[in-house]
Structures are given as C-alpha cells and as structure tokens.
Design a protein around this ligand. Sequence first.
Ligand code: FAD
Length: 439
Amino acid sequence: MSDGVSRRRVAVIGAGFGGLAAAHDLLKGGRSVTLYEATDTVGGLASGFKEAHWEWSVEKYYHHWFATDRHMLELIDELGWRDQVRFPRPYTVVYYKGKFYPFDSILQMALFPGLGWGVDKVRFGLVGLFLRLTNNWRALEQTTVEAWMRRWAGDRVYEMMWQPLMIGKFGERYAPQVNMAWMWARIKARTTRLGTFEGGFQAFADRFAAHLKEMGLDLRLSTAVQRLSALPEKGVSVLTEFGEEHYDQVLVTQSPAVLARLAPQLPADYLRGLLELKSMGAVVLIFSLKHPLSPEGYYWYNIPKSAGFPFLALVEHTNFIPARYFGGEHLVYCGDYLETDHEYFRLSQDELVERFLPALQRINANFSPDWVNKTWLFRTPYAQPVPLVNHSRNIPPIQTPLPGVFFASMSQVYPWDRGTNFAVEIGRRAARLMIQSQG
Ligand SMILES: Cc1cc2nc3c(=O)[nH]c(=O)nc-3n(C[C@H](O)[C@H](O)[C@H](O)COP(=O)(O)OP(=O)(O)OC[C@H]3O[C@@H](n4cnc5c(N)ncnc54)[C@H](O)[C@@H]3O)c2cc1C
C-alpha cells in the first residue's frame, strides 16, 4: 500500500455495533480511523451495565442473537471468539384469555388453544411455512401485513396472532401501514435458540473496542459530533465541543433525523427523504427482584395491548442467563415501543414503577413490591424503524450526496428487521464502499 493510501483519514460517528464493525474493516483497509462516541461507553443500543457484585453485564434493552445471525457470528469467528458465544433455548409464551402458553415448537403451536382446532391452525401453519420458503420479499412489500395476513391466514389468525404484535411494535397509528416484507424477514430470521456473549453484549463490545485500539483506532468517548461540513477542496470537517478536525471521509451511524441535523448541507430533497422516514422509540424498565417472577421459568412474554398490561413485552432475563451471574438477583425487563410524544417518555422512573408494578402480580400471584431490590429506566427515541408499503424505494443509499459523507443506520437494513447482526452487516458494507470509492 502506498503512503498516500495509508494516511487517509476516516471518521466514524457512533460506537454502536455498526460503527465498531465499520471501524474494524476500515482499519484493516489501511485507514487511519477516529471513532467518535457521544456517551462514555461503546455498544450503543446493545450496550449494558453491571453492578459491582455481578459477574455479567445486562443489556439496557433486552438483547439476544438468533442462530441465523450470520454476519454477527462470522465477525466473531474472524476475531476468534466463537467459544465465548452461548446459545441457550429459553421459553417464549403468548397470551390467550388470561393465561400464557409456550409457543416455540410445532407441537406447542399445535396445542395452542387460541386458534381452535380446525382450519385456522392449518392456515397459520401453511402461511408460516410459505413465508419461511419464499424469498420474494419485493412482492410482499407492496402490501401491508394486515391486508396480506387477512387474505391468506384469515381474520381470526391475523387478529389473534399478528395484530397484537403489530400494534405492540408500531402502535395503533402505524400497525396497519407496515408492509408484509417486514413480517417475512422477521419470520425468516427467527430461531428458538437464542444467543449471547459470555459476560453479555457489553463484554463483547468492550473486547471488540480494545481489539480495535490495538489495531490503531483513535477512540474518542464522551465526544458528541455537532456538525459535519463539506470542505471546499475535498474532505469533510467534523465539529465537536473540542474543536474541528478534517477527514477524507465520514461515516454516520445514527438515525436519519440525526444525520439531517448533523449535515444540513445535504440537498433539500435528500433531507426531506430522511425526515420522512418513520421510527418508534422504546421505553424499558428493568426490575431486579429477590425471587424469580415467572413460576414456569419463561423468558419472553408476548403481551397484547388488549390484555391491559401497561407494557408490551415482559422479559425475564435470568430465565435466559442464570441469576448466578447477577449475584443471585432476578432481572425482569418491562418494555414497550412507543412514539416519542407518549407520556412514558415524560413520566419519572418512580411514576413508571408505580404503573408497572401491579402488572407483575398478574404474572405471579405471589409477587409483592418488597421483592424489588432496584430498578433502572432506559429510553431511546430511535428503536425501531417503521417500513411502510414499498419502503425499498425510500431507503437512503449509504453514499450520501454530500461528498465524503456516508450513512449506515438501522433504517437501511431493510427488508431485515433492525438488530446487531444487520448493524454489523451494514457497517461492513459501508466500510467496503468507502474504501472502493477512494480507489
Ligand atoms: C428495545 C430494543 C431491543 C432490541 N433487541 C435486539 C435483540 O434482541 N437483538 C439484536 O441483535 N438487536 C436488538 N436490538 C437492535 C440493536 O440494538 C440495534 O439494531 C443495534 O444496536 C444498532 O446498532 P447501530 O450501531 O446501528 O446503532 P446504535 O447502537 O444506535 O449506535 C449509535 C451510536 O451513536 C452514538 N451517537 C449518537 N449521536 C452521536 C453524536 N452526535 N456523536 C457521536 N456519537 C453519537 C450513540 O451514543 C450510539 O452509541 C434492539 C433494540 C432495542 C431498542
């Protein structure tokens, strides 16, 4: 490699899984890489935290990998850390008339009473099989989940099995508008075995960042980027509170709205396109309990809004990763996807605890508030992109119209649903493109 190439300077904004993966490949491609991260830790939405007496960290938002998460697992293989990946098989349950039923094997689905014993169950099975087998998501994105499912699976199957999920994830407003390719991708990628890294996702992110630093990464934690500007000659200036620095290329890994704020020089129609992309936020309250919550040892409870719980998902993390790694504490997430004007984004932690606590007794009649050791609250405005009909036409390309500025976010991994696996995939794709575009 010539000296000219090895001196090329690149900035990556955001040390989530996408930014870290991009930094890895850019360093391997001989670039000098600076990684800016607004918070004081790496890992982004998949980051975690750890009490002093815990062996493992817990993710701020519930996280696991699927066995199909090829890009994530290939990266881990390249790093030589596959022996640190664990794939337990925790239980997922669905709600029907006040009770929860296990729902992650063909036998359990066959026994689930919510679909009766006749044609609906057969249609549910056939539709699931079709979606697993087809690869033609482009045809599916032309219609909504609601219209497609009502037509092929029937009203009852849609209303019982899919509508609650759609409303939970996208709210009453967007649930009827989300396209069928999103559901296809979700069904295609899911597996019953769920994976994690020894020590938690934060342990992976920390180890990855340490490895990147050994490769020469200049990691700037607690350094939020405020503005990107194209330089008159060539290259991009990056402004932070500590001053301005110049790079040949910059990769942005945040939401479309953040890119629009950071780079107002982008052409007006491109900015409009970014701001038209919809997404949901997330609110997650974690309870540390003295005793297990789920009497049956279930991990993931899918809860329809109609059941009157104050949240969408209840996830007992310590039925996935044993409580012994958390000082014997039992960790339970109560989470919801919501638009950012929802009151849960304004209520205090105590107010949310007050709202959520009574629902825990519906899971375990013996639960009492004195089981609670501690709670933590996490909120993010950008948790789940909303793909409307024909969404593929609206995805911004990785190479933006502003020379030297590249963009790789959760909103562009479509038709796949967002996840660390696809953050790694798009981060690496962006790095490839950045290297190629310099010749
Ligand atoms: C509730 C919830 C559950 C999820 N469950 C799973 C799961 O089970 N499995 C899974 O694989 N994925 C899951 N995900 C998705 C997964 O977390 C994301 O897809 C992935 O982490 C996105 O990585 P990213 O690098 O694209 O973005 P992010 O992780 O959002 O990283 C962006 C980074 O940029 C930083 N930043 C922001 N602004 C600036 C600035 N101005 N300057 C510098 N830095 C900045 C942020 O602090 C952040 O660290 C879940 C997400 C949520 C919200």
